[in-house]
Design a binder for this molecule. Structure first.
Ligand SMILES: Nc1ncnc2c1ncn2[C@@H]1O[C@H](COP(=O)(O)OP(=O)(O)OP(=O)(O)O)[C@@H](O)[C@H]1O
Length: 260
């Protein structure tokens, strides 16, 4: 049997004396689309950063596949809330730059061809020669996703990747990332504080409490796409998550977008 994509045992993270995560466990199987859902400050991004070895941890064991995180950087790609493109480079060269920084093999022409394919995967091959700074927010985020895909990761780490986009683009990209996941079989770990976004994109939702953080729920989602938020199945999952917070006002933050 193959190793889990990610295995986190008894994780502890603290910043100075502030303990952010303690005794946290999480196993993510290969090919899952896992949403880490919770209110602001509960440590969702921290957990993603730990998996990506961008933040140090102070206790516990974190493995990516069979390796410790510091030996697994080549299995991962990150997509942040901001696309972080080089503004004067065109879309294609931004993707190529990501491949070069990762040390992908191949000459410039080969890398450009692979980058072009990655742009095609997110439907923006026609924007390949356009400078990043003239692209719309949604187009820039597609380039960032293409840059992530071009390094051929096994796991895509996404930290609120659509939260800065306009409503329509956000809806579109949510459905597209699900289609991409279905096509590629990638493992995706996706941080969000929006309960509806989690239900729409994830096939598993791990719900975190406000600090001190515990896992409130770990839910399998198997809804058809495009997802119908008015369906009874959708509402059952949503109500189940909301109920986990009881009277805690933190839930307002998870539901305030209300399908926007
Ligand atoms: N580099 C750092 N130094 C000090 N404290 C930090 C650092 N990074 C995160 N924190 C703190 O750790 C806690 C968890 O932060 P984190 O960004 O993981 O939360 P989050 O759940 O992703 O929140 P949000 O949804 O607001 O992004 C917060 O209280 C935050 O202020």
């Amino acid at each position: 049997m193959s190793a889990p994509a990610v295995q986190i045992d008894d994780l502890k993270v603290q910043y100075g004396s502030d303990v952010v995560l303690d005794h946290m466990n999480l196993t993510i199987e290969q090919g899952q689309f896992v949403c880490l859902l919770g209110p602001s400050g509960c440590g969702k991004s921290t957990m993603l950063r730990i998996i990506g070895e961008l933040t140090a941890h102070h206790g516990g064991v974190v493995r990516v596949g069979e390796r410790p995180t510091h030996q697994a950087w080549d299995r991962l790609a990150y997509v942040f809330q901001a696309p972080r493109l080089v503004p004067w480079r065109n879309a294609l060269d931004n993707v190529v730059l990501g491949m070069q920084l990762r040390g992908m093999p191949g000459n410039k022409n080969e890398l450009r061809e692979q980058a072009r394919q990655a742009l095609a995967t997110v439907d923006i091959e026609h924007l390949a020669n356009r400078p990043a700074h003239v692209l719309s927010g949604g187009e820039q985020q597609r380039v960032a996703i293409a840059r992530g895909l071009a390094v051929q990761p096994e796991i895509l780490l996404m930290d609120e990747p659509f939260s800065a986009l306009d409503v329509q683009t956000r809806h579109q990209l949510r459905e597209e990332i699900v289609r991409l996941w279905e096509r590629t079989g990638l493992t995706i770990i996706f941080v969000t504080h929006d309960v509806d976004e989690a239900i729409i994109v994830g096939n598993r939702i791990v719900v975190f409490s406000p600090k001190p953080t515990i896992t409130l729920a770990d839910i399998a989602v198997d809804l058809p796409h495009p997802t119908d938020p008015l369906s009874p199945e959708y509402q059952t999952i949503r109500n189940h998550i909301v109920a986990k917070f009881g009277n805690d006002p933190a839930v307002d933050e998870l539901t305030e977008t209300n399908l926007r």
